[in-house]
Design a protein around this ligand. Structure first.
Ligand SMILES: OC[C@H]1O[C@H](O[C@H]2O[C@H](CO)[C@@H](O)[C@H](O)[C@H]2O)[C@H](O)[C@@H](O)[C@@H]1O
Length: 571
Protein backbone atom coordinates (compact mmCIF):
# COMPACT_ATOMS: atom_id res chain seq x y z
CA UNK A 1 0.00 0.00 0.00
CA UNK A 2 1.35 3.45 -0.86
CA UNK A 3 0.67 6.48 1.32
CA UNK A 4 -0.98 9.49 -0.35
CA UNK A 5 1.45 11.85 1.28
CA UNK A 6 5.07 11.72 2.26
CA UNK A 7 4.53 10.78 5.91
CA UNK A 8 6.17 7.41 6.12
CA UNK A 9 8.75 7.87 8.87
CA UNK A 10 6.82 9.02 11.94
CA UNK A 11 9.65 9.13 14.40
CA UNK A 12 11.93 11.21 12.17
CA UNK A 13 9.62 14.18 12.59
CA UNK A 14 10.30 14.62 16.30
CA UNK A 15 10.85 18.15 17.53
CA UNK A 16 12.70 17.41 20.75
CA UNK A 17 10.41 15.40 22.96
CA UNK A 18 7.23 16.96 21.55
CA UNK A 19 6.80 15.42 18.12
CA UNK A 20 4.57 16.88 15.46
CA UNK A 21 3.69 14.99 12.28
CA UNK A 22 3.67 17.33 9.27
CA UNK A 23 0.34 18.02 7.66
CA UNK A 24 -0.32 18.05 3.90
CA UNK A 25 -0.95 21.07 1.63
CA UNK A 26 -4.34 19.56 0.72
CA UNK A 27 -5.42 19.45 4.36
CA UNK A 28 -4.19 22.98 5.00
CA UNK A 29 -6.34 24.17 2.11
CA UNK A 30 -9.40 22.13 3.14
CA UNK A 31 -9.19 23.67 6.60
CA UNK A 32 -9.49 27.11 4.94
CA UNK A 33 -12.56 25.87 3.08
CA UNK A 34 -13.95 24.52 6.37
CA UNK A 35 -13.43 27.87 8.11
CA UNK A 36 -15.24 29.63 5.26
CA UNK A 37 -18.12 27.15 5.55
CA UNK A 38 -18.34 27.89 9.26
CA UNK A 39 -18.51 31.62 8.59
CA UNK A 40 -21.04 31.09 5.80
CA UNK A 41 -23.44 28.67 7.50
CA UNK A 42 -22.85 29.21 11.23
CA UNK A 43 -22.23 26.48 13.81
CA UNK A 44 -25.63 24.77 13.74
CA UNK A 45 -25.71 24.01 10.02
CA UNK A 46 -22.21 22.84 9.71
CA UNK A 47 -20.21 19.65 10.16
CA UNK A 48 -16.50 20.50 9.90
CA UNK A 49 -15.56 16.94 8.97
CA UNK A 50 -17.47 17.22 5.67
CA UNK A 51 -14.95 19.71 4.34
CA UNK A 52 -11.82 17.68 5.03
CA UNK A 53 -13.51 14.65 3.44
CA UNK A 54 -14.00 16.42 0.09
CA UNK A 55 -12.04 15.16 -2.91
CA UNK A 56 -10.60 17.56 -5.46
CA UNK A 57 -11.86 17.34 -9.04
CA UNK A 58 -8.77 19.12 -10.36
CA UNK A 59 -5.26 19.74 -9.09
CA UNK A 60 -4.72 21.57 -5.82
CA UNK A 61 -3.10 24.73 -7.17
CA UNK A 62 -5.93 25.54 -9.63
CA UNK A 63 -8.48 24.85 -6.90
CA UNK A 64 -6.72 27.19 -4.46
CA UNK A 65 -6.50 29.85 -7.16
CA UNK A 66 -10.23 29.58 -7.86
CA UNK A 67 -10.98 29.76 -4.13
CA UNK A 68 -8.93 32.93 -3.73
CA UNK A 69 -10.86 34.54 -6.58
CA UNK A 70 -14.34 34.08 -5.07
CA UNK A 71 -15.74 37.59 -4.57
CA UNK A 72 -16.07 38.77 -0.96
CA UNK A 73 -19.02 40.69 0.47
CA UNK A 74 -18.47 44.05 2.22
CA UNK A 75 -17.75 42.34 5.54
CA UNK A 76 -15.19 40.05 3.95
CA UNK A 77 -17.45 36.98 3.75
CA UNK A 78 -18.43 34.80 0.81
CA UNK A 79 -22.12 34.50 -0.13
CA UNK A 80 -23.85 31.13 0.30
CA UNK A 81 -24.50 31.05 -3.46
CA UNK A 82 -20.87 31.66 -4.40
CA UNK A 83 -19.63 29.20 -1.80
CA UNK A 84 -21.98 26.45 -2.93
CA UNK A 85 -21.13 27.17 -6.56
CA UNK A 86 -17.44 26.81 -5.77
CA UNK A 87 -17.90 23.55 -3.84
CA UNK A 88 -20.05 22.04 -6.61
CA UNK A 89 -17.63 22.99 -9.36
CA UNK A 90 -14.33 22.03 -7.74
CA UNK A 91 -15.06 19.10 -5.45
CA UNK A 92 -16.58 15.67 -5.46
CA UNK A 93 -18.96 15.10 -2.55
CA UNK A 94 -17.68 13.75 0.74
CA UNK A 95 -17.98 9.96 0.61
CA UNK A 96 -17.43 9.60 -3.15
CA UNK A 97 -13.90 8.38 -2.44
CA UNK A 98 -15.33 5.10 -1.14
CA UNK A 99 -17.57 2.76 -3.09
CA UNK A 100 -19.83 -0.08 -2.08
CA UNK A 101 -18.07 -3.45 -1.90
CA UNK A 102 -20.19 -6.60 -1.87
CA UNK A 103 -18.80 -8.60 1.08
CA UNK A 104 -17.45 -11.87 -0.32
CA UNK A 105 -18.71 -13.92 2.59
CA UNK A 106 -22.11 -12.39 3.35
CA UNK A 107 -25.05 -14.75 3.45
CA UNK A 108 -28.54 -13.54 4.37
CA UNK A 109 -28.80 -16.21 7.08
CA UNK A 110 -25.46 -17.91 7.64
CA UNK A 111 -25.39 -21.52 8.77
CA UNK A 112 -25.08 -21.70 12.57
CA UNK A 113 -26.06 -18.04 13.03
CA UNK A 114 -26.88 -17.20 16.68
CA UNK A 115 -28.10 -20.71 17.52
CA UNK A 116 -29.42 -19.69 20.94
CA UNK A 117 -31.69 -16.91 19.66
CA UNK A 118 -35.05 -18.69 19.56
CA UNK A 119 -37.48 -15.79 19.88
CA UNK A 120 -38.72 -14.99 16.39
CA UNK A 121 -38.91 -11.20 16.86
CA UNK A 122 -35.37 -11.04 18.20
CA UNK A 123 -34.12 -13.38 15.52
CA UNK A 124 -35.69 -11.27 12.77
CA UNK A 125 -34.06 -8.16 14.21
CA UNK A 126 -30.68 -9.88 14.60
CA UNK A 127 -30.86 -10.82 10.92
CA UNK A 128 -31.56 -7.18 10.06
CA UNK A 129 -28.55 -6.10 12.13
CA UNK A 130 -26.50 -8.79 10.37
CA UNK A 131 -27.78 -7.31 7.07
CA UNK A 132 -26.33 -3.94 8.04
CA UNK A 133 -22.83 -5.23 7.20
CA UNK A 134 -23.85 -4.66 3.59
CA UNK A 135 -24.64 -1.02 4.41
CA UNK A 136 -21.25 -0.46 6.00
CA UNK A 137 -19.10 -2.39 3.55
CA UNK A 138 -16.84 -0.20 1.38
CA UNK A 139 -13.67 -0.23 -0.63
CA UNK A 140 -11.47 2.67 -1.63
CA UNK A 141 -12.43 3.98 -5.08
CA UNK A 142 -10.09 3.59 -8.04
CA UNK A 143 -9.71 7.37 -8.23
CA UNK A 144 -7.98 7.36 -4.80
CA UNK A 145 -5.56 4.64 -5.91
CA UNK A 146 -4.90 6.47 -9.20
CA UNK A 147 -4.54 10.00 -7.83
CA UNK A 148 -4.06 9.89 -4.06
CA UNK A 149 -2.99 13.54 -4.02
CA UNK A 150 -6.60 14.62 -4.70
CA UNK A 151 -7.97 12.87 -1.60
CA UNK A 152 -7.66 12.77 2.17
CA UNK A 153 -8.79 9.15 2.19
CA UNK A 154 -5.86 6.73 2.52
CA UNK A 155 -5.62 4.08 -0.19
CA UNK A 156 -6.23 0.84 1.73
CA UNK A 157 -6.08 -2.19 -0.51
CA UNK A 158 -8.81 -4.38 1.01
CA UNK A 159 -12.53 -3.81 1.42
CA UNK A 160 -13.65 -3.13 4.98
CA UNK A 161 -16.35 -1.80 7.26
CA UNK A 162 -16.75 1.89 7.93
CA UNK A 163 -17.91 3.01 11.38
CA UNK A 164 -21.10 4.65 10.10
CA UNK A 165 -22.74 7.91 8.84
CA UNK A 166 -20.24 10.83 9.10
CA UNK A 167 -17.56 8.30 9.98
CA UNK A 168 -17.14 7.26 6.36
CA UNK A 169 -13.84 5.52 6.86
CA UNK A 170 -12.26 2.72 8.85
CA UNK A 171 -11.56 3.48 12.56
CA UNK A 172 -9.03 1.65 14.63
CA UNK A 173 -10.72 0.66 17.88
CA UNK A 174 -14.21 0.53 16.33
CA UNK A 175 -12.83 -2.27 14.15
CA UNK A 176 -12.45 -4.60 17.14
CA UNK A 177 -16.21 -4.66 17.86
CA UNK A 178 -17.07 -4.63 14.17
CA UNK A 179 -14.86 -7.69 13.83
CA UNK A 180 -16.47 -9.44 16.81
CA UNK A 181 -19.83 -8.94 15.10
CA UNK A 182 -18.47 -10.19 11.78
CA UNK A 183 -17.28 -13.34 13.51
CA UNK A 184 -20.80 -13.87 14.92
CA UNK A 185 -22.00 -13.34 11.33
CA UNK A 186 -19.50 -15.98 10.12
CA UNK A 187 -17.82 -13.40 7.87
CA UNK A 188 -14.28 -14.59 8.48
CA UNK A 189 -12.80 -13.29 5.21
CA UNK A 190 -14.13 -9.80 5.82
CA UNK A 191 -12.75 -9.93 9.37
CA UNK A 192 -9.32 -10.85 7.97
CA UNK A 193 -9.46 -8.00 5.42
CA UNK A 194 -9.96 -5.56 8.27
CA UNK A 195 -6.81 -6.86 9.96
CA UNK A 196 -4.89 -6.73 6.67
CA UNK A 197 -5.81 -3.06 6.23
CA UNK A 198 -4.78 -2.16 9.77
CA UNK A 199 -1.48 -4.01 9.33
CA UNK A 200 -0.83 -2.03 6.14
CA UNK A 201 -1.29 1.21 8.10
CA UNK A 202 1.19 -0.09 10.66
CA UNK A 203 3.66 -0.99 7.90
CA UNK A 204 3.36 2.45 6.34
CA UNK A 205 3.25 4.71 9.41
CA UNK A 206 4.72 2.65 12.23
CA UNK A 207 1.42 2.65 14.13
CA UNK A 208 -2.24 2.07 13.38
CA UNK A 209 -3.85 5.42 12.71
CA UNK A 210 -6.96 6.69 14.50
CA UNK A 211 -8.72 6.28 11.16
CA UNK A 212 -7.86 5.89 7.49
CA UNK A 213 -7.62 9.59 6.60
CA UNK A 214 -4.65 11.89 6.12
CA UNK A 215 -5.83 13.99 9.08
CA UNK A 216 -5.55 11.02 11.44
CA UNK A 217 -1.82 10.44 10.83
CA UNK A 218 -0.84 12.30 14.00
CA UNK A 219 -2.23 9.75 16.43
CA UNK A 220 -3.41 6.22 17.00
CA UNK A 221 -6.42 4.95 18.97
CA UNK A 222 -6.83 2.34 21.72
CA UNK A 223 -4.54 -0.47 20.52
CA UNK A 224 -6.66 -3.54 19.88
CA UNK A 225 -5.05 -5.07 16.80
CA UNK A 226 -3.60 -8.02 18.73
CA UNK A 227 -7.04 -8.64 20.25
CA UNK A 228 -8.51 -8.76 16.72
CA UNK A 229 -5.93 -11.28 15.56
CA UNK A 230 -6.57 -13.31 18.73
CA UNK A 231 -10.32 -13.49 18.07
CA UNK A 232 -9.87 -14.52 14.43
CA UNK A 233 -7.34 -17.17 15.41
CA UNK A 234 -9.70 -18.44 18.09
CA UNK A 235 -12.49 -18.94 15.57
CA UNK A 236 -10.54 -20.07 12.52
CA UNK A 237 -7.20 -21.43 13.74
CA UNK A 238 -5.56 -19.41 10.95
CA UNK A 239 -1.84 -19.68 11.77
CA UNK A 240 -0.81 -17.83 8.60
CA UNK A 241 -2.59 -14.76 9.88
CA UNK A 242 -0.78 -15.07 13.21
CA UNK A 243 2.56 -15.41 11.39
CA UNK A 244 1.81 -12.37 9.25
CA UNK A 245 0.63 -10.27 12.20
CA UNK A 246 3.48 -10.94 14.60
CA UNK A 247 6.18 -8.61 13.10
CA UNK A 248 3.79 -5.65 12.73
CA UNK A 249 2.50 -6.22 16.26
CA UNK A 250 6.07 -6.04 17.56
CA UNK A 251 6.34 -2.71 15.75
CA UNK A 252 3.11 -1.48 17.30
CA UNK A 253 4.36 -2.54 20.72
CA UNK A 254 7.46 -0.39 20.21
CA UNK A 255 5.34 2.60 19.23
CA UNK A 256 3.26 2.39 22.41
CA UNK A 257 6.35 1.90 24.54
CA UNK A 258 8.40 4.70 23.01
CA UNK A 259 9.15 7.79 25.07
CA UNK A 260 6.08 9.82 24.20
CA UNK A 261 3.63 7.19 25.38
CA UNK A 262 5.34 6.12 28.60
CA UNK A 263 5.98 7.35 32.10
CA UNK A 264 7.71 5.89 35.12
CA UNK A 265 6.01 5.74 38.49
CA UNK A 266 8.08 4.58 41.43
CA UNK A 267 6.95 3.01 44.65
CA UNK A 268 8.09 3.30 48.27
CA UNK A 269 10.77 0.62 47.73
CA UNK A 270 12.14 2.66 44.81
CA UNK A 271 10.95 0.14 42.23
CA UNK A 272 10.09 1.66 38.87
CA UNK A 273 6.81 0.85 37.12
CA UNK A 274 6.56 1.62 33.40
CA UNK A 275 3.09 2.79 32.45
CA UNK A 276 1.46 4.24 29.36
CA UNK A 277 -0.46 7.33 28.38
CA UNK A 278 -2.05 8.81 25.28
CA UNK A 279 0.04 11.39 23.46
CA UNK A 280 -0.75 12.73 19.99
CA UNK A 281 2.01 13.95 17.71
CA UNK A 282 0.20 17.19 17.05
CA UNK A 283 -0.08 20.73 18.42
CA UNK A 284 -2.59 22.39 16.11
CA UNK A 285 -6.38 22.25 15.77
CA UNK A 286 -7.62 18.84 14.60
CA UNK A 287 -8.20 19.33 10.84
CA UNK A 288 -11.53 17.51 11.08
CA UNK A 289 -12.74 20.05 13.64
CA UNK A 290 -10.33 22.95 13.31
CA UNK A 291 -12.98 25.67 13.09
CA UNK A 292 -14.24 24.51 16.50
CA UNK A 293 -10.92 23.79 18.21
CA UNK A 294 -9.62 27.20 17.18
CA UNK A 295 -12.57 28.95 18.83
CA UNK A 296 -12.05 27.08 22.08
CA UNK A 297 -8.37 28.00 22.02
CA UNK A 298 -9.11 31.68 21.41
CA UNK A 299 -9.52 32.30 25.13
CA UNK A 300 -6.02 30.99 25.82
CA UNK A 301 -3.42 33.67 26.06
CA UNK A 302 -0.25 32.57 24.38
CA UNK A 303 1.04 30.29 21.64
CA UNK A 304 2.44 27.71 24.09
CA UNK A 305 -0.88 27.38 25.89
CA UNK A 306 -2.73 27.03 22.62
CA UNK A 307 -0.31 24.40 21.31
CA UNK A 308 -0.57 22.43 24.53
CA UNK A 309 -4.39 22.62 24.40
CA UNK A 310 -4.41 21.35 20.81
CA UNK A 311 -2.11 18.50 21.80
CA UNK A 312 -4.47 17.60 24.66
CA UNK A 313 -7.45 17.65 22.28
CA UNK A 314 -5.75 15.32 19.79
CA UNK A 315 -4.44 13.08 22.58
CA UNK A 316 -8.00 12.78 23.89
CA UNK A 317 -9.08 11.73 20.40
CA UNK A 318 -6.34 9.11 20.58
CA UNK A 319 -7.97 7.75 23.75
CA UNK A 320 -11.23 7.12 21.85
CA UNK A 321 -13.01 8.95 24.70
CA UNK A 322 -13.37 12.26 22.91
CA UNK A 323 -14.54 14.04 24.98
CA UNK A 324 -15.15 13.39 28.64
CA UNK A 325 -14.87 14.90 32.11
CA UNK A 326 -12.40 12.06 32.64
CA UNK A 327 -9.66 14.13 31.02
CA UNK A 328 -10.51 17.58 32.39
CA UNK A 329 -9.32 19.38 35.48
CA UNK A 330 -12.57 21.34 35.42
CA UNK A 331 -15.41 19.45 33.67
CA UNK A 332 -17.14 22.69 32.73
CA UNK A 333 -14.07 24.15 31.03
CA UNK A 334 -13.01 22.33 27.87
CA UNK A 335 -9.65 24.10 27.81
CA UNK A 336 -8.64 22.28 31.01
CA UNK A 337 -8.13 18.99 29.12
CA UNK A 338 -5.01 17.35 30.52
CA UNK A 339 -5.00 13.92 28.90
CA UNK A 340 -1.23 13.71 28.44
CA UNK A 341 -0.72 13.94 32.21
CA UNK A 342 -3.11 11.07 32.93
CA UNK A 343 -2.14 7.41 33.04
CA UNK A 344 -5.35 5.68 31.93
CA UNK A 345 -6.41 2.30 33.30
CA UNK A 346 -7.85 1.03 30.01
CA UNK A 347 -4.82 1.90 27.85
CA UNK A 348 -2.55 0.00 30.22
CA UNK A 349 -4.88 -2.96 30.11
CA UNK A 350 -4.89 -2.92 26.29
CA UNK A 351 -1.11 -3.00 26.33
CA UNK A 352 -1.07 -5.81 28.88
CA UNK A 353 -3.44 -7.71 26.58
CA UNK A 354 -1.10 -6.96 23.64
CA UNK A 355 1.78 -8.51 25.60
CA UNK A 356 -0.21 -11.62 26.41
CA UNK A 357 -1.41 -11.95 22.82
CA UNK A 358 2.09 -11.47 21.38
CA UNK A 359 3.42 -14.09 23.81
CA UNK A 360 0.76 -16.53 22.62
CA UNK A 361 1.28 -15.78 18.91
CA UNK A 362 5.07 -16.10 19.25
CA UNK A 363 4.64 -19.47 20.93
CA UNK A 364 2.26 -20.63 18.22
CA UNK A 365 4.77 -19.87 15.47
CA UNK A 366 7.76 -21.24 17.36
CA UNK A 367 9.35 -17.92 18.36
CA UNK A 368 9.98 -19.13 21.88
CA UNK A 369 12.39 -16.41 22.96
CA UNK A 370 9.87 -13.71 21.99
CA UNK A 371 7.13 -15.64 23.75
CA UNK A 372 9.11 -15.75 27.00
CA UNK A 373 10.12 -12.12 26.75
CA UNK A 374 6.51 -11.00 26.34
CA UNK A 375 5.24 -13.27 29.06
CA UNK A 376 7.76 -11.67 31.41
CA UNK A 377 6.70 -8.20 30.20
CA UNK A 378 3.06 -9.04 30.96
CA UNK A 379 3.95 -10.20 34.48
CA UNK A 380 5.82 -6.96 35.11
CA UNK A 381 2.94 -4.93 33.73
CA UNK A 382 0.43 -6.80 35.86
CA UNK A 383 2.44 -5.68 38.90
CA UNK A 384 2.40 -2.10 37.60
CA UNK A 385 -1.39 -2.23 37.10
CA UNK A 386 -1.86 -3.62 40.62
CA UNK A 387 0.41 -0.99 42.11
CA UNK A 388 -0.45 2.18 40.18
CA UNK A 389 -4.18 1.76 39.44
CA UNK A 390 -5.80 -0.64 41.93
CA UNK A 391 -7.72 0.96 44.77
CA UNK A 392 -8.57 -1.57 47.45
CA UNK A 393 -11.12 0.63 49.23
CA UNK A 394 -13.12 1.33 46.11
CA UNK A 395 -12.65 -2.10 44.54
CA UNK A 396 -11.82 -0.44 41.20
CA UNK A 397 -8.80 0.45 39.11
CA UNK A 398 -8.41 4.22 38.93
CA UNK A 399 -6.70 6.51 36.42
CA UNK A 400 -3.55 8.04 37.83
CA UNK A 401 -2.86 11.76 37.41
CA UNK A 402 0.78 12.82 37.14
CA UNK A 403 1.58 15.90 39.16
CA UNK A 404 5.03 16.76 37.93
CA UNK A 405 3.98 17.56 34.36
CA UNK A 406 3.57 15.52 31.22
CA UNK A 407 6.98 16.39 29.83
CA UNK A 408 8.96 15.54 32.95
CA UNK A 409 11.39 12.70 32.38
CA UNK A 410 11.82 12.16 36.13
CA UNK A 411 10.04 9.17 37.67
CA UNK A 412 6.83 10.15 39.42
CA UNK A 413 6.53 9.13 43.04
CA UNK A 414 3.21 7.37 43.55
CA UNK A 415 0.78 9.16 45.84
CA UNK A 416 -2.69 7.90 46.78
CA UNK A 417 -4.22 11.32 46.19
CA UNK A 418 -3.23 11.17 42.51
CA UNK A 419 -5.62 8.34 41.75
CA UNK A 420 -8.74 9.89 40.25
CA UNK A 421 -11.53 8.76 42.59
CA UNK A 422 -14.30 9.60 40.11
CA UNK A 423 -16.15 6.61 38.74
CA UNK A 424 -15.85 5.80 35.04
CA UNK A 425 -16.77 2.68 33.09
CA UNK A 426 -13.06 2.38 32.25
CA UNK A 427 -12.35 1.67 35.95
CA UNK A 428 -13.78 -1.81 35.31
CA UNK A 429 -12.04 -2.62 32.01
CA UNK A 430 -9.33 -4.83 33.65
CA UNK A 431 -12.08 -7.42 34.16
CA UNK A 432 -11.91 -8.02 30.41
CA UNK A 433 -8.48 -9.67 30.67
CA UNK A 434 -8.27 -13.27 31.90
CA UNK A 435 -5.41 -12.43 34.27
CA UNK A 436 -8.00 -10.54 36.33
CA UNK A 437 -11.29 -12.29 35.58
CA UNK A 438 -9.80 -15.67 36.50
CA UNK A 439 -9.61 -14.53 40.13
CA UNK A 440 -13.20 -15.12 41.32
CA UNK A 441 -12.86 -13.33 44.65
CA UNK A 442 -11.37 -10.27 42.94
CA UNK A 443 -14.20 -10.31 40.40
CA UNK A 444 -16.81 -10.48 43.17
CA UNK A 445 -15.26 -7.52 44.95
CA UNK A 446 -15.15 -5.48 41.73
CA UNK A 447 -18.66 -6.60 40.82
CA UNK A 448 -20.03 -5.32 44.14
CA UNK A 449 -18.21 -2.07 43.52
CA UNK A 450 -19.82 -1.82 40.08
CA UNK A 451 -23.26 -2.58 41.55
CA UNK A 452 -22.98 0.26 44.07
CA UNK A 453 -21.16 2.66 41.74
CA UNK A 454 -24.20 4.34 40.21
CA UNK A 455 -23.07 3.31 36.71
CA UNK A 456 -25.58 0.46 36.33
CA UNK A 457 -28.67 1.96 34.75
CA UNK A 458 -31.92 0.82 33.16
CA UNK A 459 -30.36 0.40 29.74
CA UNK A 460 -26.77 -0.52 30.52
CA UNK A 461 -23.56 0.87 31.99
CA UNK A 462 -23.14 4.64 32.01
CA UNK A 463 -19.79 6.04 30.90
CA UNK A 464 -19.38 8.18 34.02
CA UNK A 465 -21.48 9.81 36.74
CA UNK A 466 -20.92 13.34 35.47
CA UNK A 467 -23.41 15.05 33.14
CA UNK A 468 -20.88 17.28 31.42
CA UNK A 469 -22.58 17.50 28.03
CA UNK A 470 -19.62 15.65 26.53
CA UNK A 471 -20.45 12.44 24.74
CA UNK A 472 -18.20 10.16 26.83
CA UNK A 473 -20.05 11.02 30.04
CA UNK A 474 -23.40 10.44 31.74
CA UNK A 475 -26.01 9.47 30.61
CA UNK A 476 -24.40 7.95 27.51
CA UNK A 477 -23.54 4.29 27.30
CA UNK A 478 -21.20 3.00 24.58
CA UNK A 479 -21.11 -0.49 23.11
CA UNK A 480 -17.36 -1.08 23.74
CA UNK A 481 -17.69 -0.44 27.48
CA UNK A 482 -20.73 -2.72 27.83
CA UNK A 483 -18.90 -5.43 25.95
CA UNK A 484 -15.60 -5.44 27.80
CA UNK A 485 -17.24 -5.40 31.23
CA UNK A 486 -19.88 -8.00 30.34
CA UNK A 487 -17.33 -10.30 28.71
CA UNK A 488 -15.04 -10.01 31.73
CA UNK A 489 -17.83 -10.78 34.20
CA UNK A 490 -19.13 -13.64 32.08
CA UNK A 491 -15.73 -15.35 31.97
CA UNK A 492 -15.51 -15.46 35.73
CA UNK A 493 -16.04 -18.60 37.80
CA UNK A 494 -18.40 -16.57 39.99
CA UNK A 495 -22.04 -17.48 39.31
CA UNK A 496 -23.15 -14.09 40.59
CA UNK A 497 -20.80 -12.30 38.19
CA UNK A 498 -22.04 -14.35 35.26
CA UNK A 499 -25.63 -13.53 36.24
CA UNK A 500 -24.82 -9.82 36.33
CA UNK A 501 -23.11 -10.09 32.93
CA UNK A 502 -26.26 -11.58 31.44
CA UNK A 503 -28.45 -8.95 33.08
CA UNK A 504 -26.37 -6.07 31.67
CA UNK A 505 -26.24 -7.67 28.22
CA UNK A 506 -30.03 -8.09 28.18
CA UNK A 507 -30.61 -4.48 29.21
CA UNK A 508 -28.32 -3.37 26.41
CA UNK A 509 -29.97 -5.63 23.84
CA UNK A 510 -33.45 -4.38 24.80
CA UNK A 511 -32.35 -0.76 24.61
CA UNK A 512 -30.79 -1.26 21.16
CA UNK A 513 -33.85 -3.18 19.96
CA UNK A 514 -36.43 -0.63 21.12
CA UNK A 515 -34.39 2.26 19.70
CA UNK A 516 -34.13 0.36 16.41
CA UNK A 517 -37.89 -0.20 16.30
CA UNK A 518 -38.51 3.50 17.00
CA UNK A 519 -35.95 4.95 14.60
CA UNK A 520 -35.14 2.17 12.14
CA UNK A 521 -31.46 2.59 12.98
CA UNK A 522 -28.66 1.31 15.14
CA UNK A 523 -26.98 4.16 16.99
CA UNK A 524 -23.44 5.12 17.85
CA UNK A 525 -24.28 5.54 21.56
CA UNK A 526 -27.34 5.15 23.77
CA UNK A 527 -28.90 6.97 26.71
CA UNK A 528 -28.68 4.37 29.46
CA UNK A 529 -31.07 6.24 31.73
CA UNK A 530 -33.97 5.61 29.37
CA UNK A 531 -34.30 2.28 27.63
CA UNK A 532 -34.76 2.76 23.89
CA UNK A 533 -33.30 6.26 23.58
CA UNK A 534 -30.13 7.07 21.77
CA UNK A 535 -27.35 9.20 23.23
CA UNK A 536 -26.44 12.83 22.66
CA UNK A 537 -24.00 15.54 23.68
CA UNK A 538 -20.59 16.07 22.18
CA UNK A 539 -19.57 18.27 19.31
CA UNK A 540 -21.19 16.47 16.38
CA UNK A 541 -24.73 15.22 15.80
CA UNK A 542 -25.51 11.66 17.05
CA UNK A 543 -24.62 9.17 14.35
CA UNK A 544 -26.32 6.01 13.14
CA UNK A 545 -25.26 2.89 11.30
CA UNK A 546 -23.35 1.80 13.51
CA UNK A 547 -20.49 -0.65 13.32
CA UNK A 548 -19.57 -1.24 16.94
CA UNK A 549 -23.15 -1.22 18.21
CA UNK A 550 -24.09 -3.84 15.60
CA UNK A 551 -21.05 -5.89 16.53
CA UNK A 552 -21.79 -5.86 20.26
CA UNK A 553 -25.47 -6.75 19.84
CA UNK A 554 -24.57 -9.74 17.66
CA UNK A 555 -21.80 -10.80 20.08
CA UNK A 556 -24.15 -10.59 23.08
CA UNK A 557 -26.88 -12.51 21.26
CA UNK A 558 -24.40 -15.19 20.32
CA UNK A 559 -23.15 -15.50 23.89
CA UNK A 560 -26.41 -15.23 25.82
CA UNK A 561 -29.09 -16.13 23.27
CA UNK A 562 -32.72 -15.12 23.67
CA UNK A 563 -35.29 -17.79 24.63
CA UNK A 564 -38.60 -18.16 22.79
CA UNK A 565 -40.75 -16.99 25.70
CA UNK A 566 -38.65 -14.01 26.84
CA UNK A 567 -40.31 -10.70 25.89
CA UNK A 568 -38.12 -8.05 24.30
CA UNK A 569 -39.49 -4.91 25.91
CA UNK A 570 -38.04 -2.32 28.20
CA UNK A 571 -38.54 -3.45 31.80
O1 LIG B 1 -14.76 14.15 14.40
C1 LIG B 1 -14.53 14.16 15.78
C2 LIG B 1 -13.86 12.90 16.30
O2 LIG B 1 -14.60 11.78 15.84
C3 LIG B 1 -14.09 10.50 16.12
O3 LIG B 1 -14.40 10.09 17.44
C4 LIG B 1 -15.63 9.47 17.67
O4 LIG B 1 -15.99 8.53 16.65
C5 LIG B 1 -15.08 7.45 16.41
C6 LIG B 1 -15.69 6.58 15.35
O5 LIG B 1 -16.81 5.92 15.81
C7 LIG B 1 -14.81 6.67 17.70
O6 LIG B 1 -13.77 5.77 17.48
C8 LIG B 1 -14.43 7.62 18.84
O7 LIG B 1 -14.38 6.87 20.03
C9 LIG B 1 -15.52 8.68 18.96
O8 LIG B 1 -15.27 9.54 20.05
C10 LIG B 1 -12.61 10.36 15.87
O9 LIG B 1 -12.10 9.12 16.32
C11 LIG B 1 -11.83 11.50 16.49
O10 LIG B 1 -10.47 11.36 16.26
C12 LIG B 1 -12.39 12.78 15.89
O11 LIG B 1 -11.63 13.87 16.29
Amino acid sequence: MAANNSIIAPFSCSKGSRPVIPTTPLLTFLERVQETAFQTYGRSNFDPKNYVDLSLKFDLSSTVEAFDQIPKTENGLISVKDFEGFIGKWFKSAGEDLVYAEPVDFEPEPRGFLPQVENSEVRAWALEVHGLWKELSRKVSDSVHDKPELHTLLPLSEPGMIAGSRFREVYYWDSYWVLRGLLASKMYETAKSIVTNLISLLDTYGYVLNGARAYYTNRSQPPLLSAMVYEIYNKTGDLDLVRKALPPLLKEYQFWNSEIHTSIVHDAENRNHFVNRYYAMWNKPRPEASAIDRRFASKLLNVDEKQQFYREVASTAESGWDFSSRWMRNPSDFTTLTTTTILPVDLNIFILKMELDIALFAKLVGENAIAEEFLRASQTRKKAVDFVFWNENMGQWLDYWLNNGAESKEPHTWEAQNQNKNVFASNFVPLWVDLFNSDASLVEKVMRSLQSSGLLCAAGIATSLTSSGHQWDYPNGWAPMQHMIVEGLSRSASTEARKLAKDIAERWIRANYIAYKKTGKMHEKYNVEKCGEYGGGGNYKPQTGFGWSNGVVLTFLEEFGWPEDKKIECN
